[in-house]
Design a protein around this ligand. Structure first.
Ligand SMILES: *[C@@H]1O[C@H](CO)[C@@H](O)[C@H](O)[C@H]1NC(C)=O
Length: 289
């Protein structure tokens, strides 16, 4: 009897350990971190919270938001975009605050006909003002597999990266009169919707509804290094630098090289070189990139 009990308890301890190990490494649980906010069943959390899928059909798109608000963070998510003919569809993945003078950091993925390249559209809004578009092509097929899209947002700068390769930075240039995103907590949002009035070739190519539903998938959300904002206080206040080195992280020389490589080979639009839009001169941050 004692022998059996011991065996059972060893097995119990073992399975508890394995259980916590599995939970610890699989990381994200969409049920815990997110809520579905629209789409009437078109957004689905699957595989015990490991996977989330957004769907779009002729009647509606769908979307979700983070339960937490953040004021600074290193936030990673893996996305697999709508495959095949995705023309007319837009998958948006962004941080945003609320109100008329909101802050926002955007990734938007503009679909295309099968075989034609997706566009990765980015923007940064500070205190309600955006007009800071930069667009990129991909160096891989973003529909074939999951890839990691990251936002590092700290008091010094915002760095957007794809698979660890920096594609864009927005420095804190408050000293030059450019408002910086550091006063308003932001929530993470994502949605898949129809934007065939502008998304693909400026609206010339329409969504082919015979291919619906369109699906984008998400996994491995990580915000271990993030300051969660709740009732007016930050989770980082009790655990400040230097235990949070990411809070003053910038791009290192190797990252700068990669950023240059992306800008040279994959950037297809940059507001900072679009003279037509800024007849009075470029915004101050354009001279400081
Ligand atoms: C779609 O493909 C066309 C043709 O290659 C390209 O001009 C366009 O920039 C691509 N992306 C979008 C979003 O229209």
């Amino acid at each position: 009897m004692a022998f059996i009990l011991t065996k059972i308890s060893v097995w119990l301890v073992f399975s508890l350990l394995v259980g916590s190990f599995v939970v610890g490494t699989s990381g994200s649980d969409f049920n815990k971190d997110f809520q579905i906010i629209w789409g009437d069943g078109r957004a689905k959390i699957l595989n015990n919270g490991e996977l989330l899928s957004l769907n779009l059909d002729k009647a509606s798109g769908s979307g979700f938001q983070s339960k937490n608000e953040y004021l600074f963070g290193q936030i990673d998510m893996q996305l697999k975009l709508v495959p095949g003919n995705s023309a007319g569809t837009v998958t948006a993945y962004y941080l945003s605050s609320k109100g008329l003078t909101w802050d926002e950091i955007d990734f938007e993925f503009l679909g295309n006909l099968s075989g034609d390249p997706y566009t990765l559209h980015t923007n940064v809004f500070s205190q309600g003002k955006g007009n800071r578009e930069q667009q990129f092509k991909f160096w891989f097929d973003p529909t074939a597999d999951f890839h990691t899209y990251s936002i590092l947002w700290n008091p010094l700068n915002i760095i957007l990266s794809v698979d660890g390769i920096p594609i864009r930075k927005f420095k804190n240039l408050e000293s030059k009169g450019v408002p910086y995103l550091k006063y308003q907590p932001m929530r993470l949002y994502s949605s898949l919707w129809n934007a065939d009035d502008w998304a693909t070739r400026g609206g010339l190519v329409k969504t082919d509804w015979s291919k619906a539903p369109f699906t984008a998938s998400y996994r491995n959300f990580k915000a271990n290094n993030a300051c969660v904002w709740s009732s007016g206080s930050s989770s980082c206040a009790s655990n400040p630098q230097p235990s949070n080195p990411w809070l003053n992280q910038e791009i290192d020389p190797n990252g700068e090289k990669k950023l240059k490589w992306v800008r040279k080979n994959y950037m297809i639009y940059n507001y900072c070189t679009d003279a037509k839009r800024f007849p009075q001169g470029f915004p101050p941050e354009c001279n400081m990139l």
